[in-house]
Design a protein around this ligand. Structure first.
Ligand code: GDP
Ligand code: MG
Length: 432
């Protein structure tokens, strides 16, 4: 057995959740490694649709140990509600199939207010989901934030830590409220938050969460020693990575492969496979460059056929053609061993499909991604679409044009396609 990682290579929502759930069939552990409740991972299995934000996408498989890793930040309320929702839907979420690292950072109510404050002050909006994820990472880097372990410490010590963490927030909002009073910003005032309030927040959700908090390292050690299959579940994507993506239109964590390994607490030499997930087209939520965006009838069709509306926010996603220059760029930084291409069914509904194979950039033609993406114009290769993937269960059974499309992706990127999604249901997965 081995350790496999699943990461997104575009702008998120490539169908990582679906790939993780599929791969988890033979796994002993699935560990969600990065991001917070801004992620939305969909799994369609047993004729039902499940949307996960914090819980690993393997939670539907009771025989697998689902883990939340140290690289994740978790909103206690969202986590508690998600556990409840899953249980109400008949999904097992017990200590023997779910643990959360004691090092996982906590998202507090004031983190959401901070998100709103930063968006208010910024002239160039990131378009965050407003879930306090980036601001949790920020306080984690400031080394005042609290972790799951803190839920288990003595109450007075916990309250002191909360008070310490809230200091900067309360100074900031006091100043921000003055600007709102002066009419500089038209925004609701920000609440001063007391340590008692956030202590209450902890106590409200502690009961539902405390039994899952664990030291994950001995559990991982044991599985690694026994050579069991471990899946590391990425969130967001390469191009939203704070080091390698479209900074500043990125997320605050490191969802590239190395950051994902770090978030899980598993070293790079132990990872045998890095599976990069892409869609057969592109989509993006929020602002930022999108070279192949189709703000037209084609983009609308892709949105409708692919149901491109955010799992977390319901926001319509921006849509466009597959950008292979961007995908190829991620190959070495991610150490990709294979690709999973989803939504081959969706893109095939168009008779003519464009794929971006280069950019016009400052009077030149280039085949790499420059830092100033906004100066790139796409160069397309037209491909024949109009295929129907229904009924196909093997690569050979796919229509010729659909096969050509996959082969073109492989040739251009130099990465083999191992998994193909031809429908949202897990059963509609083709292994190549
Ligand atoms: P994630 O954030 O990467 O896990 O992806 P999301 O779950 O946010 O978005 C992917 C969406 O596409 C979900 O609604 C999936 O059910 C759906 N999906 C995934 N793969 C396929 C596919 O091959 N075909 C179709 N039609 N839908 C798919
Ligand atoms: Mg998603």
């Amino acid at each position: 057995m081995s350790i496999k990682m699943i990461v997104g290579l575009q702008y998120g929502d490539e169908g990582k959740g679906r790939a993780v759930h599929y791969e988890a069939k033979q796994a002993s552990i699935v560990i969600r490694a990065t991001g917070g409740s801004n992620a939305g991972h969909t799994v369609v299995a047993n004729g039902k649709k499940y949307a996960m934000h914090l819980l690993p996408s393997a939670i539907i498989r009771p025989e697998v140990l689902s883990m939340i890793g140290p690289g994740v930040v978790a909103d206690l309320q969202v986590l508690t509600e998600e556990i409840k929702q899953m249980r109400d839907a008949g999904i097992k979420v017990e200590r023997d199939n779910f643990v959360i690292s004691e090092r996982t950072h906590i998202t507090f109510p004031h983190h959401k207010q901070l998100d709103r404050l930063y968006e208010m002050l910024k002239s160039n909006k990131v378009g965050t989901t407003g879930r306090g994820v980036g601001t949790t990472y920020e306080e984690k880097a400031r080394r005042t934030n609290l972790r799951m372990h803190d839920l288990l410490i003595d109450s007075s010590e916990l309250k002191n830590k909360i008070a310490e963490n809230l200091k900067v927030y309360n100074v900031l909002v006091t100043e921000a409220n003055k600007l709102i009073e002066q009419g500089v910003y038209q925004e609701d005032k920000f609440p001063i938050i007391t340590a008692d309030e956030e202590f209450e927040y902890c106590m409200t959700y502690k009961e539902a969460i405390k039994d899952y908090i664990a030291d994950i390292y001995p559990i991982l050690d044991k599985a690694i020693e026994k050579d069991e299959l471990i899946i590391i579940e990425g969130a967001q994507s390469f191009w939203l990575d704070n080091d390698h993506g479209d900074y500043p239109m990125t997320t605050s964590s490191h969802p590239n492969a190395s950051g994902t390994a770090s978030g899980a607490g598993i070293g790079p030499t132990l990872i045998n496979e890095v599976i990069g997930v892409i869609k057969a087209y592109s989509s993006r939520v929020g602002n930022g460059p999108f070279i192949t965006e189709q703000k037209n009838e084609i983009g609308d069709k892709i949105r409708e056929w692919g149901h491109e509306y955010g799992t977390t926010t319901g926001r319509p996603r921006r849509t466009g053609w597959l950008d292979l220059v961007m995908v190829k760029h991620t190959k070495n930084p991610s150490g990709l061993t294979s690709l999973c291409v989803n939504h081959l069914d969706t893109i095939g509904k168009l008779d003519k499909i464009n794929v971006c194979i280069g950019y016009k950039y400052k009077g030149q033609v280039i085949k790499h991604v420059p830092i100033d993406k906004e100066n790139c114009e796409p160069i397309y290769q037209e491909m024949k679409g109009g295929w129907n993937t229904e009924g196909a269960t093997t690569f050979e059974e796919l229509p010729k044009e659909a096969q050509e499309y996959i082969k073109f992706i492989e040739e251009y990127t130099g990465v083999p396609v191992k998994y193909i999604g031809v429908g949202a249901d897990e059963k509609r997965t083709i292994i190549k």
